[in-house]
Design a protein around this ligand. Structure first.
Ligand SMILES: [Zn+2]
Length: 283
């Protein structure tokens, strides 16, 4: 039976030539777009941005969190956050004050923040140009991380409805010889226009099978994906810690919980006075 769930699969050809990551993100993208009430080009770009981000995470450091900010000065910026735990990826479009609608232009910049082993952060910024979301993330992998790879992501929409979303990364490994490279180069030509392929075959395993057709392949990992968040009182407490204690004392005195709204999932939640009091303890 054909799998119709959002997932990301990581595979390797047994000759050591390629690693191939493929994702179906149809439901994740639909939820992200609906959450932020995006439409048209913004919606498609946002979905492709989230899909590319989680594929690059799967390629570079599947166990660790990866965040990205994508935009041009004076225009709206997209923010994405992807992690392995629960396959959760989330994002938002930061419109800022007086910012125009999101657009790709010659000044577009992609900033990627990776969490390394031990929790240290690694940050890099690349200029990506106006071509596409796929190109932007390829430039990042090649210039910032020295990863030789082809990335292609696509969101297909009918009006405001997401019909299919997904993509892949084919990474060239050091064992790669000329013959396999020539075969893969020809094959990738057939995947340039991803839209009709994912509309007809909306699942990650199909992409893996087709991309590696003729190669003995090992599946290294297969994980579910969803648009999700881990906000909540504990996280909000972190943000409130930056406030002066007198302000927090005022909030406690009022005796009412603080109502907050998560900018990623737009859910409302509250922080109770008992939790606020913990911030008044001597540190
Ligand atoms: Zn949230």
């Amino acid at each position: 039976m054909t799998d119709r769930t959002d997932r990301v699969i990581r595979a390797m050809t047994n000759d050591g030539a390629f690693r191939v990551m493929a994702a179906r993100t149809t439901d994740l993208v639909a939820k992200g777009i609906a959450t932020h009430e995006l439409s048209g080009n913004n919606a498609q770009t946002f979905g492709e941005f989230l899909t590319a981000l989680l594929l690059v995470r799967e390629t570079m450091s599947p166990q660790h969190r990866m965040q990205a900010i994508f935009g041009s000065p004076g225009y709206a910026a997209m923010v994405g956050d992807s992690r392995m735990e629960g396959g959760r990826t989330r994002g938002l479009v930061n419109r800022g004050e007086n910012a125009g609608p999101f657009q790709l232009d010659d000044d577009t910049v992609l900033k990627v923040i990776r969490t390394l082993h031990g929790g240290k952060l690694h940050q890099s910024i690349v200029g990506t140009g106006r071509d596409s979301v796929s190109k932007a993330f390829m430039v990042y992998m090649q210039s910032s991380e020295q990863v030789a790879a082809t990335l292609n992501v696509r969101v297909v929409m009918d009006g405001s409805r997401v019909i299919a979303a997904g993509g892949f990364v084919v990474q060239l490994l050091p064992e790669l010889e000329e013959g396999p490279l020539a075969v893969m180069t020809l094959r990738l030509d057939d995947f340039t226009d991803l839209a009709p392929l994912i509309v007809n075959n909306d699942n990650a395993q199909w992409l893996i099978d087709e991309l590696t057709y003729g190669w003995e392949t090992t599946i290294l990992d297969d994980s579910p994906l969803n648009y999700g968040c881990d906000h909540g009182p504990e996280r909000a407490i972190g943000a409130l810690m930056t406030l002066p204690k007198t302000d927090i004392q005022d909030m406690v005195n009022k005796g009412k919980p603080i109502e907050m709204s998560c900018s990623y999932c737009r859910e409302d939640f509250s922080v109770g006075t008992e939790q606020l009091k913990t911030l008044l303890l001597p540190s």
